[in-house]
Design a protein around this ligand. Structure first.
Ligand SMILES: Nc1ncnc2c1ncn2[C@@H]1O[C@H](COP(=O)(O)OP(=O)(O)OP(=O)(O)O)[C@@H](O)[C@H]1O
Length: 285
């Protein structure tokens, strides 16, 4: 059995609105998975069911053999940590160190474990210099890293990141990639909701696409970003470089600049006697 399974899950909010319908997905330990899809597709509702913040109205969520229906959110949050989309929904302490310590303290860790976890999380997220500062005095980007550190410090086997790239510059986005990589290397499962397709291409292999409350694709990035019907249904665009290669009728399913350069060098680019670049077979421009 997988470490984390959503089995034909439906969720309706108390006002009667059904946000997620008949969704199934499963994750192994050490997996790194992106969830993409239009606004309102049901992504956040789905991941909130993974850490017990929401309990399915139909179907089951099973984490490490535990059905979330039979356990409290506090018990489930020992297994799955969730980093909120908006850091202001998560932060409530008056200095960064207390904020990061709260989770492991709450889980009953010893003083030594708390200190070790806080330092490790702060180092990995690059926020050691800000430990004594009030989180509200930090810019949005750093606040987001405080919330990520707070969840890392809890030592859960799975970490869910909801829109981590929103409001981040390119250096912070690279740092996010590095953090996710380090956690996966430790054997943790990382599930990330994102609208940033370039970020997906650079960091993920498996991609789950949601549209209209359902999963419409769960495959590798090559399949997903070259299935134009799926992208249309999810109202998503191919990465820029894929759109360019598509418009140029290249045969290869290009997803990033390096691949584009390889393909151009190997197949489609030649030089004339004066050294001018010419494009041949496979390109139709
Ligand atoms: N507390 C709530 N009560 C009622 N409806 C809600 C509630 N929270 C979310 N919804 C609705 O459920 C639907 C799915 O929302 P959800 O946040 O899961 O989508 P999403 O794919 O994460 O979207 P986004 O990318 O905008 O965050 C939306 O139509 C939203 O308005």
């Amino acid at each position: 059995m997988s470490f984390l399974t959503l089995n034909d899950v439906t969720y309706s909010y108390p006002n009667g609105f059904t946000a997620v319908e008949n969704v199934s997905m499963s994750f192994e330990k050490g997996e790194l998975v992106a969830i993409i899809g239009q606004n309102g597709a049901g992504k956040t509702t789905t991941v909130k069911m993974m850490n017990g913040l929401l309990k399915p109205t139909q179907g089951d969520v099973i984490i490490d053999g535990l059905n979330t229906k039979d356990y409290t959110t506090a018990q489930i949050s020992r297994k799955v940590g969730y980093v909120f989309q908006n850091p202001d929904d998560q932060i409530f302490h008056d200095n960064v160190k207390s904020e990061i310590s709260f989770g492991p303290k709450n889980l009953g860790f010893s003083e030594k474990e708390i200190d070790e976890n806080v330092m490790k999380a702060a180092e990995l997220t690059g926020i050691v210099p800000f430990l004594d500062i009030h989180p509200y005095h930090l810019p949005y980007s750093l606040k987001k890293f405080v919330t990520i550190a707070s969840v890392i410090a809890m030592g859960t086997e799975t970490i869910i990141l909801d829109e981590p790239t929103a409001g981040q510059d390119s250096i912070a986005i690279k740092k996010l990639g590095f953090i996710m990589d380090s956690l996966v290397r430790e054997g943790k499962t990382i599930i990330t909701i994102t609208h940033d397709m370039e970020f997906v291409v650079q960091n993920f292999e498996r991609v789950i696409v949601m549209a209209n409350k359902r999963v419409i694709s769960d495959s590798n990035k090559q399949e997903v970003f070259w299935d134009l019907d799926i992208l249309k249904e999810a109202m998503l665009k191919q990465p820029h470089i894929s759109r360019l290669s598509n418009k140029l009728n290249f045969k290869d399913r290009i997803l990033d600049i390096d691949q584009m350069i390889d393909v151009l060098k190997k197949n489609q680019v030649t030089e004339d006697q004066s050294g001018n670049t010419l494009i041949r077979d496979g390109a139709n421009i």
